[in-house]
Design a binder for this molecule. Structure first.
Ligand code: GAL
Length: 419
């Protein structure tokens, strides 16, 4: 059964496929390309696989190691160019629109209508997963990027309080250094450097400056005194990581905070998936607080998109998978494992921990106050090319003695080349 361009009647497709699947007549197969290979990530994607298989689907796992997704994006591009796209792929932000513009993504309107996505998705997510007013992807979660993860016992060793400004962060880090403790666990990879960078932009410049610099790519903002101050702070931060930070995977840095090798980590709340996988409890074994200076919300959201593929079994597998992802029970199970909060806004909050509830509450207030901003580091704010310019310059600066003035000049040059 080939997909009609106007979308399919989900009821018939899934009903028929599910009914027939029981007789083995119509397989429902999905090869799923993703990069969720850490402890917490793997638990979360396993929950999706289990739900899909319980509904009669055949899951073909296609993981690509490498947090942040840059390695997976390369694999995806080569497979599509080779005419061999995966059935489903974990994808985000403007990348979804880029692929939709190529006309290679399946239209999910029938699935969306059947499941009432218009009623359960917040507008900010609907904008990400629709193109030309058609659903071309399904969001699975909302991650918050601007979190500081803290081992309270390590902080107590120097009698430090939880830092709420970058000056307090620096003073706490200096005290930790003095005591021979690594202040900040960090993995030296471009996307991780950019994760820290964007939280400093928000903390020092505020949401309006963040949007001017990282969304609108405004030349004055990119070369402003505020951006100079951001790179000054990034230089301070380079003094707070351990000598073995280059190339370290993000989840190993999270492990350093867990076992007390370091006091803090700046990372999105997929890090909470690691704490949860180790059965650690927020506000007891670890603290989750907004990164210094931010009361806003740097949003990242993972989605699945479905490429136009041949084969009735794969088309049926896409219908089944797309129809499961926003289901209430799945949304709870998956996000508890992943460390994120549900994509759908109508879920009961009682199963979620203190960090998740804080994320939900802070998201609501950020929307109300206008301090909700899209993550640049995690491919929500801007396209691949300008994001690449930021990652290049921020990582070059982090790993050299480049001055802040040189950094902002290089940043403007590279961003303008990428636009
Ligand atoms: C992000 C992704 C998250 C998380 C993280 C680390 O870009 O959206 O789901 O997995 O990378 O791999």
């Amino acid at each position: 059964m080939h997909r009609a361009t106007t979308g399919r009647t989900l009821g018939l497709a899934v009903g028929l496929a599910t009914a027939l699947a029981g007789t083995g007549a119509q397989a429902q197969t999905a090869e799923v390309l993703h990069y969720w290979t850490s402890g917490g990530e793997a638990r979360a994607v396993a929950a999706l696989q289990e739900e899909f298989e319980a509904a009669g689907g055949t899951w073909v796992d296609a993981p690509v190691a490498g947090g942040g997704g840059d390695a997976q994006a390369t694999v995806l591009r080569s497979r599509v160019l080779a005419g061999d796209p995966p059935t489903a792929v974990q994808i985000k932000g403007p990348n979804i629109h880029d692929w939709a513009a190529e006309g290679v993504l399946a239209n999910l309107d029938a699935v969306a209508a059947e499941a009432g996505w218009d009623d359960i998705l917040p507008p900010l997510l609907r904008d990400i997963v629709t193109y030309d007013d058609q659903y071309v992807a399904v969001p699975v979660n909302i991650h918050r990027v601007n979190w500081l993860w803290i081992n309270p016992e390590v902080l107590a060793e120097v009698g430090a309080e939880v830092p709420t400004t970058w000056d307090e962060f620096n003073a706490t880090a200096d005290a930790l250094l003095e005591a021979g403790i690594t202040p900040l666990a960090h993995g030296g990879q471009p996307w991780q450097d950019a994760t820290v960078f964007e939280t400093v932009v928000l903390g020092l410049g505020g949401p309006d400056f963040y949007r001017q610099a990282l969304v609108e790519l405004d030349a004055d903002a990119l070369t402003s005194d505020t951006m100079i101050a951001v790179f000054d702070q990034m230089r301070r931060i380079t003094g707070y990581v351990d000598p073995n930070f280059p190339g370290r995977d993000w989840n190993l840095a999270t492990g350093m905070v867990m076992n007390g090798e370091a006091a803090m980590q700046i990372m999105g709340d997929w890090a909470k998936g690691e704490f949860a996988a180790s059965e650690l409890t927020p506000d007891e074994d670890y603290l989750c607080v907004p990164t210094p200076g931010t009361s806003g919300f740097v949003l990242n959201s993972d989605s699945f998109a479905f490429f136009e593929v041949e084969g009735d079994d794969r088309v049926a597998g896409q219908d089944l998978l797309a129809g499961l992802i926003l289901g209430e029970s799945f949304q709870e199970t998956f996000n508890l494992f992943k460390g994120s909060i549900p994509a759908r806004t109508d879920l009961d909050r009682s199963a979620f921990d203190a960090c998740a509830v804080r994320s939900m509450e802070d998201l609501d207030s950020a929307v109300a106050e206008g301090s909700l901003v899209p993550s640049m580091a995690h491919e929500i704010a801007i396209g691949r090319a300008p994001r690449g310019a930021f990652l290049d310059v921020v990582t070059q600066h982090f790993n050299s003695d480049m001055s802040s003035q040189e950094a902002v000049e290089l940043l403007l040059e590279e961003v303008e080349l990428a636009m």
